[in-house]
Design a binder for this molecule. Sequence first.
Ligand SMILES: Nc1ncnc2c1ncn2[C@@H]1O[C@H](COP(=O)(O)OP(=O)(O)O)[C@@H](O)[C@H]1O
Ligand SMILES: [Mg+2]
Length: 341
Amino acid sequence: MPQAAPSATDPALRVDDLSLVINDARKPISAVNDISFSVDPGETLALVGESGCGKSLTALALMGLLPDAIRVSTGSITLHGSDITTLSERELQKRRGDNISMIFQDPMTTLNPLVTIGNQITETLRIHRKIDRGTARERAKALLERVGVSDAERRLDQFPHELSGGMRQRVMIASAMICDPDVIVADEPTTALDVTVQAQVLALLQELQREAGMALILVTHDFGVVAQTADKVAVMYAGRIVEQGPADAIFAAPKHPYTEALLECSAPPPPIDGRARDRSALPQIDGTVMPLTQQFPGCRFAPRCAFATERCRTEVPRTRGNRHTVACHHPRQDLDTGVGS
Ligand SMILES: Nc1ncnc2c1ncn2[C@@H]1O[C@H](COP(=O)(O)OP(=O)(O)O)[C@@H](O)[C@H]1O
Ligand SMILES: [Mg+2]
């Protein structure tokens, strides 16, 4: 089917009313519900929420890499002028690497332990572009140097286990970038790294993104990471986007009680007796995320929410607002006067 050519003003990626279902033995169970967002070239969108909220499923859907048991039930994912939910596996493969690529949390499970660093990085390049081995190797070497891997020539012939965690994640970034994709999806790319390396890798990712004008979708549970990187934020709770808007508006005036609670839990803790508390002293939101597979007639945050009323337990809140949206019956900021509304 012919597709409209993308125009310069189109977002790099747009998701409209996307729902994902898990194919249970008895009936399909709705896992991710009606989510919409878009990201422009050169922009970073953070997809934030606790573990179990459906962030990784969403990320995999963008790549056309959902597990067998899960499928797109409604909505569209527009990348480079076409809806990728309608593409064949062969067409999807062309998009991956070329138009969109992904960085996973744990490079050790993504990198092939038996393939040299050089061959892992150039694999996508050699599939997508008809270039010879020598040129591909030169490109990989230059990119390794660009992502801060020292002694790049020697590293090309090493195997993943010979590198540190931070270096492996830099290799993953180089692999994701080798075909100059329009969009990079990074799913908790720094969670497995220690704090110092985490900050370096995030800074690198941002630098590369700005240079190349790529759109970045950064999946994280950590508002600290969001503060460092994001232009826009979508807060996800139990399969729904509950709040979305420009990062500065969300930080200045969160509207959803869940966003507010997440922010409270990630704010730098005040010093006690002149000494800084460590992160383990940060508050936690009481309770746990409702499983995506559990049916519930109202707002799924209601069982954990201090402001919940009977209406919250029985009626799913509509998404309201324009630039800064919220799906809550009792938003924490006035919808009319809140920042960004
Ligand atoms: N392959 C799968 N089959 C069935 N259910 C799944 C599968 N993958 C994920 N899920 C369900 O979706 C939930 C959310 O998954 P995920 O997207 O990984 O959340 P997050 O990345 O926000 O932590 C999981 O807790 C699980 O219940
Ligand atoms: Mg995840």
